[in-house]
Design a protein around this ligand. Structure first.
Ligand SMILES: *[C@@H]1O[C@H](CO)[C@@H](O)[C@H](O)[C@H]1NC(C)=O
Ligand SMILES: *[C@@H]1O[C@H](CO)[C@@H](O)[C@H](O)[C@H]1NC(C)=O
Ligand SMILES: *[C@@H]1O[C@H](CO)[C@@H](O)[C@H](O)[C@H]1NC(C)=O
Length: 809
């Protein structure tokens, strides 16, 4: 305000000088006045400045003349003579950018007409701020733009002039751009954004910068604009994988098309520059067959069959490439995990297929090796054999096992073993495999031959043919082949001074015992020999058995009737009392048989009688009894023919005649004369009869007593042989032994006959084998019977060859 006043004052002084120089009629006045003053503001006092009287202004119609419709910016206060602002004065409207701006008016007075020129210099005030043409400026700048690149920005405009116009620009602080003002060749001013540091779209894609334009007025005014910088992409980024190394693990039996791993790379660039495609880089051919990669997604999938045992790990490189060819790669490691897909394999490294049965327990008979191609637990194998075999599988070094015997083996019990070896791994589920090995036990001569019976008895009928078989002995030897081959031989010895080899021979192969000669029951009843069975092992084992040979009787003697005497002339008559009741003992037929057993088992039959109903004979006792009471009508003389049969096959028999006289009185005996054919002997016969009757009566009584005694003492009759029917020895007279003589040997001549008859040599095969050394006793052949005598007497079971006489004496 002060300043304004000063300027007004100076103007006034200037005007005063000009007034002085000018003619008073025509005085021009000039004022300087700021724009935009309030209505009524006094610009100056015209009256004073022109030296006019104010009180006459009214009368002289003082006024500011305006041209036509032009606005009158000023007015005159007729009372004071002041020039005042009538309307808003805007310099920018009146003069625009002109550096000086003056308003010219004419001050008119009438009576007299006076015309004064009033000039008002309008002074600029800073009433306008700088203005940019647009609110915002958009710039697209590629990120690859080099440092120093310039981008034009239109300058701001300020309606004010001079000092109040735009004086400077400030750019918001930022890291990429600076602002500089340039003057074009045409002289216009413009701004430039200058790239001070390279852009990176990937770091900052949009940059907003505030540009401020400042004027020089007081107070200072400013205008702003936002510069939007859009950073355009350049393919300056290669794809980047999310991991430097991808690791995946995959079980070996994975199905086809299993997703193994997904690689992923990102590219910071945009659009095509940022589109990544994947492909395999460096890798093995095998891996290329097994895996494939999806170009777009980076999924690696399985396209083949994995086998851990073939390859457990695959390494490969995957390349990621963007649309404009920038690429990087990454490593992919695929580890295959083991699955228990291989069963163990069993290898028999060595095997003793024939184990001697005397092998001591703990003998190693085989080495077994087991293998499994899998790994870790799947590879750990346990091996076993059944528990019911006498073998043990002992783990040895690593995966080797020894097969050992646990106990001593016995070939005779079990000769072959099929052992199934089971190998099981520890996978889940576990896999097993089996192998059967065959072991056989080889023989050792540990079993002697064993005779089937502890004792052999043979029965040989007397008068046998030399060479006939007596019996056969059999011994078994459990061993194998020659260790179990049995050879029979007769142990040397003698019987009653006769060498056994001259009695019997044994077939070394079959064990059949043959008689060398014909035997006579009445000479040898029984004897014993010893047979040895020996195997062919080395050393040989043997055992002995006793063979007891009993000679059995042949029915070669017919019964001999002792009473009544068979001779016709020794004619005897029994006296039967007339009053004899039924069942009374009348007489007895006495007979003996030199044979024994059945052959001497006699039976009595009445083959013919005068009166068949009257007498009966005891079948075995020979006692003649009445069948009914004797009656008067019965014939006095009764004749009986009695047959005596033995029980042999065929049976032999003898007959005798018995004369019975039914009478109480010997006086009737003369009638006996009729019975006798020889008259001269009748007297003698009569006495003989008497003597015989008395003797026989005595004898019968004696026999009855003996029989009674025998029956009391033993209910059973004494037997000559087991199984044979007994003959009560009491029936036989004590001196009978002398009677039999040697009549039973009637066929001994056969022996010689056969030995010399060529056609019968086949019966005597044993004779040749005997000489062929089949049993090694040929030295015994050379021995004389006396050589054996001692042996025989040494043994307590000396052969029996009792004669009948010995037995009954
Ligand atoms: C062992 O196996 C063989 C052959 O398979 C067979 O012939 C034999 O009888 C078997 N032996 C035993 C004792 O099982
Ligand atoms: C018989 O046994 C012996 C040992 O006593 C043995 O060496 C031999 O091999 C055996 N013979 C056979 C055929 O087994
Ligand atoms: C068999 O008898 C013979 C002769 O007396 C004897 O040397 C041998 O030891 C006997 N053998 C046996 C097994 O008793």
């Amino acid at each position: 305000m002060e300043c304004k006043i000063l300027s007004v004052m100076s103007l006034a002084v200037g005007l005063a000088f000009s007034f002085l120089s000018l003619h008073p009629a025509y005085g021009d006045v000039s004022y300087s006045f700021p724009e935009e003053m309030k209505q009524g503001s006094v610009i100056g006092n015209i009256a004073k400045d022109l030296g006019l009287e104010v009180n006459r202004f009214f009368a002289r119609k003082a006024r500011i003349a305006t041209d036509g419709g032009r606005k009158g910016y000023c007015d005159i206060n007729l009372n004071t003579g002041d020039l005042v602002v009538a309307e808003r004065i805007d310099r920018e409207v009146l003069c625009g950018e002109k550096p000086s701006c003056a308003l010219k008016f004419e001050f008119v007075l009438e009576n007299p007409l006076e015309l004064h020129l009033i000039t008002i210099q309008i002074q600029d005030i800073n009433d306008n701020a700088p203005i940019f043409q647009k609110d915002s400026i958009n710039l697209d700048i590629i990120e690859s733009a080099e440092k120093g690149a310039r981008f034009r920005v239109n300058a701001a405009r300020d309606a004010d002039i001079g000092h109040n116009a735009v004086q400077s620009y400030t750019l918001q602080r930022n890291s990429h751009f600076v602002f500089s003002v340039q003057t074009s060749t045409a002289g216009s001013k413009y701004g430039e954004l200058v790239l001070d540091k390279k852009l990176d779209r990937e770091e900052q894609q949009d940059i907003a910068l505030l540009l401020t334009a400042l004027d020089g007025g007081t107070p200072q005014r400013s205008g702003t604009v936002v510069i939007h910088v859009k950073v355009l992409d350049a393919n300056d980024n290669a794809p980047v994988f999310s991991q430097a190394v991808y690791q995946a693990s995959l079980p070996e039996n994975s199905p086809l098309n299993t997703l193994v791993v997904t690689v992923s790379a990102t590219d910071a660039d945009e659009g095509v520059n940022g589109e990544v495609e994947y492909e395999f880089g460096l890798m093995s051919d095998k891996a290329r067959e097994l895996f494939s990669i999806n170009r777009k997604t980076g999924d690696i999938i399985l396209t083949g069959i994995l086998d851990y045992e073939e390859e457990s790990k695959y390494d490969m490189f995957v390349e990621g490439r963007d649309g404009n060819g920038l690429s990087t790669d990454t490593k992919v490691i695929i580890e295959i995990t083991d699955i228990n897909d291989n069963a163990p394999t069993i290898h028999v490294q060595s095997l003793t297929s024939h184990i001697p049965e005397n092998a001591s327990p703990g003998t190693e008979v085989g080495i077994i090796n087991v293998q499994d191609r899998d790994s870790e637990n799947n590879r750990r194998v346990r091996c076993s054999i059944p528990e019911n075999v006498p073998f043990l599988l002992v783990p040895s070094i690593k995966n080797y096992y020894s097969l050992m015997t646990v106990v001593e083996l016995d070939r005779e019990l079990v000769s072959d073993y099929n052992i199934t070896i089971t190998a099981t791994d520890e996978g889940s589920p576990p896999l097993s495999s089996f192998k059967t090995i065959q072991l056989s036990v080889s023989d050792v001569n540990d079993n002697p031959p064993v005779f089937e019976e502890q004792f052999y008895s043979a029965y040989l009928t007397e008068n046998n043919k030399p060479g006939s078989s007596v019996c056969s002995v059999t011994a078994r030897d459990l061993d194998w082949r020659q260790n179990g081959t049995v050879i029979y031989s007769l142990l040397p010895g003698d019987v009653n001074g006769v060498s056994v080899s001259s009695l019997l021979s044994v077939n070394g192969d079959t064990g059949v015992i043959h008689a060398v000669r014909s035997f006579d029951y009445e000479q040898f009843r029984s004897f014993k020999v010893h047979v040895q069975a020996r195997d062919n092992g080395s050393p040989p084992l043997s055992s002995n058995v006793t063979v007891s040979v009993s000679i059995t009787d042949f029915n070669d003697n017919s019964p001999q009737i002792l009473y009544p005497a068979p001779e016709k002339n020794s004619f005897m008559t029994e006296l039967v009392p007339k009053g004899a009741n039924a069942g009374s003992l009348v007489s007895k037929v006495i007979a003996v048989d030199a044979d024994s057993g059945q052959n001497a088992w006699l039976s009595y039959h009445i083959v013919k009688s005068t009166d068949p109903g009257l007498f009966t004979i005891g079948l075995h006792s020979g006692e003649i009894r009445t069948r009914r009471d004797i009656s008067e009508s019965d014939n006095m003389k009764q004749n009986l023919i009695v047959a005596v049969k033995d029980n042999g096959q065929p049976s032999l028999s003898a007959t005798c005649a018995m004369f019975l006289l039914i009478s109480d009185n010997l006086a009737e005996v003369p009638e006996l004369k009729d019975l006798s054919s020889d008259e001269s002997n009748s007297k003698l016969t009569f006495y003989l009869i008497i003597a015989l009757v008395s003797v026989s009566t005595f004898f019968l009584t004696f026999i009855i007593v003996i029989v009674a005694v025998r029956f009391c003492c033993r209910r059973k009759p004494r037997l000559l042989f087991d199984g044979a029917v007994a003959i009560p020895s009491a029936y036989l007279p004590s001196n009978y032994a002398e009677v039999n003589g040697s009549g039973t040997l009637r066929s001994t001549y056969n022996y010689d006959t056969y030995l010399t008859t060529g056609s019968h040599t086949s019966d005597f095969k044993f004779v040749s084998s005997y000489n062929d050394n089949t049993f090694p006793t040929d030295q015994t052949l050379k021995k004389t019977p006396t050589d054996f005598a001692e042996d025989f007497h040494a043994s307590d079971d000396s052969p029996e060859f009792y004669s009948l006489g010995l037995r009954f004496s």
